[in-house]
Ligand binder design. Structure first.
Ligand code: HEM
Length: 424
């Protein structure tokens, strides 16, 4: 929740000298105290050079228009894992796990084409029925009148089911996919993480590659089907990948198809509770659901940043970026830039152009799964509103210690007991 201005003026963000502002600290996102730091950077130094951080020096790009300039100029701003990839933190040497999000053209384009059909409009239309039926089942199983964790009971459950479908993975083992997703994105320095060193992470992701590799081999021997493993097995650009590239590709698809949507499902409950007037507007007019979904995706900003590396000297927002510099585009800040989005700290579910946000990125790497994520969220809310018009948030969310994924680990909620479920 954005702090009131009076409190904000007293905040450490305002007392920190600009030179010492470093928005890469994962604690800012776990404590939810990032707002004023970015407001200051946007106002005082929108393309800001951080000389010293635990990830080395980097440029913090914080305004919508500058982020777009980086996104559309992939010739200069590379995503290649050979130069450092897409996160502020480099993957350790000899443990790099390339995937097409960490590649430049032409290899990026060739591999992206292999998997995109899974989220083509015709396939989404095919999947709609099954997503709806599962959503209903999960919602009907929720308790009334008692506090439960929305993240585990709804967000993780629904997105895990989706992953199992996308990979055609054995249904009863589907939570393994969630575990590997958590392993792939966690910060190994957090005590709550499932692994605590890069070596341990690599070992777990190797197990993932072995399990899914066995399935991939089975699919290669069968005629092509509409699941991601079959597509990777039969795609010319993805056949016979080296092991680390296979690990990276699986991690990309698992995290992409799971974590981000999961956190938006949880974030949508939080955001609508934070703005009860908007929640009521939605109950009164459910046709606002698609716009609300896009607005929540902006408001939550499930991926905090992407990183690029400059392949040549260039200019950005009046600053000279040198070849080899690390350039970090902070979607979480661009989505709150008042020059691009009116009244950006408010959730407004009937905005004029709700899809004009940065949460899915832009340019050649723009999120492949964006329409699938929107579909899952739309169905969730279409089925939620008539059943449970009120979901009460009962306490603070537990957030993820990460500067990359804007994660919600737990969210206590309650559905009022029967008879009190209708809104007033
Ligand atoms: C609310 C949900 C989601 C958000 C916020 C999100 C966000 C993003 C972002 C920020 C990028 C990088 C864009 C850039 O560099 O310009 C991305 C790329 C990607 N996303 Fe998503 N994503 C979501 C859901 C999904 C889903 C459901 C899938 C899979 C079915 C998916 C698969 C991918 C893939 C494969 C890429 C790499 C694209 C490329 O490099 O060409 N995402 N996503």
């Amino acid at each position: 929740m954005s702090p009131p201005l009076d409190d904000a003026l007293q905040s450490p963000a305002d007392r920190t000298p600009l030179d010492a502002v470093d928005v890469s600290d994962p604690q800012l996102y776990q404590d939810d105290t990032w707002y004023r730091y970015f407001a200051r950077l946007r106002g005082e130094d929108p393309v800001h050079y951080v000389r010293d951080s635990r990830y080395g020096p980097y440029w913090a790009v914080t305004k919508y228009k500058d982020i777009m300039q980086v996104e559309v100029n992939h010739q200069v701003y590379s995503s290649s894992s050979e130069l450092g990839g897409i996160q502020i933190e480099d993957q350790p040497k000899d443990m790099e796990r390339p995937s097409f999000i960490r590649m430049d053209p032409p290899k990026h384009d060739d591999q992206r084409k292999v998997v995109s059909p899974v989220v083509a409009p015709a396939n989404l239309a095919n999947m709609e029925g099954v997503i709806r039926e599962r959503t209903i089942r999960v919602l009907e199983g929720l308790p009334r009148g008692e506090t439960f964790d929305w993240v585990d009971r709804v967000s993780v459950e629904l997105t895990t089911m989706m992953l199992a479908t996308l990979f055609d993975y054995p249904w009863e083992d589907r939570r393994q996919l969630t575990y590997w997703s958590d392993v792939a994105i966690c910060n190994v320095n957090s005590p709550e993480s499932p692994v605590h060193s890069e070596e341990e992470r690599f070992a777990e992701l190797t197990k993932m590659a072995q399990a899914l590799g066995a399935l991939l081999n089975e699919r290669a021997a069968q005629p092509p089907k509409f699941d991601l493993l079959s597509m990777l097995a039969h795609g010319e650009a993805t056949q016979g990948m080296p092991i680390r590239e296979f690990m990276g590709t699986l991690a990309l698809l698992i995290v992409g198809g799971n974590d981000t949507t999961r956190n938006t499902m949880s974030g949508s409950i939080m955001a609508l509770n934070e703005f009860p007037g908007e929640y009521q507007k939605l109950r009164d007019n459910p046709s606002l659901i698609p716009g609300m979904v896009s607005e929540v995706i902006r408001y939550v900003t499930p991926v905090l940043h992407m990183r690029r590396t400059a392949k040549e000297d260039t200019e950005l927002g009046g600053k000279t970026i040198k070849q080899g510099d690390k350039v970090v585009i902070w979607y979480v800040s661009g989505n709150r830039d008042p020059e691009a989005i009116e009244d950006p700290d408010r959730l407004i579910i009937d905005r004029a152009r709700p899809r004009q946000h940065l949460s899915f990125g832009f340019g050649i790497h723009r999120c492949v799964g964006n329409r699938l994520a929107e579909l899952q969220l739309r169905i969730l809310w279409e089925e939620l509103l008539p059943r449970y018009p009120v979901i009460e948030v009962m306490g603070p969310a537990k957030r993820l210690y990460s500067n990359f994924i804007h994660g919600i680990r737990a969210l206590p909620v309650r559905i009022p007991a029967v008879g009190r479920g209708k809104s007033t």
